[in-house]
Design a protein around this ligand. Structure first.
Ligand code: MLT
Length: 404
């Protein structure tokens, strides 16, 4: 008889943002008159920049003519986009990354969940706690995480690296040696960052113990401070221990357009095996490439006009971050993040649990955020707000929270 992959049955509850979506939908049905402000999921609200729209229109017109029509995209992405990425995101920043080390995809969420497939099930993963749930859940589905303990809300075979106020939300090297280390900076959900010398410690450690770092840099466009690395390849030795994931969702508003990429340096190995050809094989077999029109839109992100327009868009969201940060701070909340990242991480007031505060805020202020405990046990007692709302909604949400 056919059997399911019973690793799926081990997953507790539904995906965090689906749970939130359902709760908000139920509240909204019960209270159709309430204007709900959503600062939960990190989804953008500003329209695509004009340079991107122009590129999209141009590419759509090309698809209307047999002479310029495009069918399947090359497995690993169009050269024009891979060259633009390699130059702008890496070479211009002094990182030694070539275009053929870039694998274009439909976003960092898929890449961050799929990348574990090329590694053995025996590998042990280490994650920050709190963490973007996709890294853990995808390893659960693969059968790499052992058993779930509902009391501690942890998996038996996962190494958790607590990121708390005590360590400034930066993970410490784990006592037990991991094989795969997931790091995300600027961090989702805490909005924290680490300096280049701190990241160098991780690179040196991974090279020493033979681990691989899966580095999610989806929020790098929000870095405003000096000495905060935009890429792990700014660190010496990262080519032999790190895979980097990037997204066009947050820097260019592509959440509904879908585009991202993964970088795997040619010399990166797991034991004796090169990983670049493995991921190329996986990509070629399971993926037919991001659409041509979307890759043209991605190319426009790197045009001079695109860059200027997106700098403004990022500044718009970071102004929201400031409104949230300063507003809540003045209201007596303990807040962090929001300086190099579009997320503000706050301590729930009056010892409320994260979900209690979620319900309270939804009920009393009609504002939606994300409960910190949804990202892991060390997130309990915390709450995340995103800066991706509109300015007016952000101001109103903070006014409502201050009035509570
Ligand atoms: C988040 O809210 O954590 C992100 O939007 C989720 C994502 O990027 O997939």
């Amino acid at each position: 008889m056919v059997k399911v992959n019973d690793n799926y049955l081990k997953l507790p509850g539904s995906y965090l943002f689906s749970t939130i979506g359902k709760k908000v939908a139920a509240f909204s049905t019960e209270h159709p008159d309430k204007k709900i402000i959503r600062l939960g999921i990190g989804d953008v609200t500003q329209p695509l920049a004009p340079a991107i729209i122009t590129a999209l229109h141009g590419a759509v017109d090309e698809m209307a003519d047999a002479a310029t029509f495009h069918g399947y995209a090359p497995d690993l992405g169009y050269e024009f986009l891979r060259n633009a990425i390699a130059k702008n995101d890496y070479q211009d920043r002094g990182c030694d990354i070539a275009a053929d080390e870039i694998f274009v995809s439909d976003g960092a969420k898929c890449d961050s969940s799929n990348i574990q497939e090329i590694f053995s099930l025996d590998n042990k993963i280490a994650v920050c706690d709190p963490v973007y749930p996709v890294y853990v859940d995808s390893n659960v589905m693969a059968g790499r995480t052992g058993t779930w303990d509902p009391k501690t809300e942890t998996w038996s075979d996962v190494i958790y690296m607590p990121c708390t106020a005590e360590n400034d939300f930066a993970p410490e090297l784990p006592k037990e040696t991991p094989d795969l280390i997931y790091l995300c900076f600027p961090n989702n959900p805490t909005g924290s960052t680490i300096k280049k010398d701190q990241l160098q410690v991780w690179v040196d450690y991974a090279n020493k113990v033979g681990a691989i770092i899966i580095y999610d840099a989806a929020y790098e466009a929000y870095i405003s401070e000096e000495n905060v690395p935009h890429s792990i390849y700014e660190c010496e030795g990262a080519r032999t221990c790190a895979i980097e994931l990037r997204s066009f969702s947050k820097n260019a508003g592509f959440t509904g357009v879908r585009l991202g990429f993964t970088v795997i340096p040619k010399e990166l190995k797991a034991g004796e095996t090169n990983l670049h050809p493995l991921w190329a094989r996986r990509h070629g077999t399971k993926y037919n490439g991001a659409p041509y029109i979307v890759q043209r839109a991605g190319e426009a992100v790197y045009s001079p006009e695109g860059k200027a327009q997106l700098r403004e868009q990022v500044a718009y969201y970071m102004n929201n971050a400031k409104v949230i940060y300063e507003g809540l701070k003045s209201a007596g909340y303990t807040v962090s993040g929001g300086v190099n990242a579009p997320y503000i991480w706050l301590k729930t007031p009056d010892k409320m649990t994260s979900w209690e505060f979620f319900d309270y805020l939804l009920e009393k202020a009609n504002v939606v955020g994300t409960p910190g405990s949804g990202f892991g046990p060390s997130g309990e007692g915390y709450f995340r707000l995103t800066a991706f709302g509109s300015y007016d909604n952000t101001v109103e949400a903070i006014e409502r929270m201050k009035a509570l």
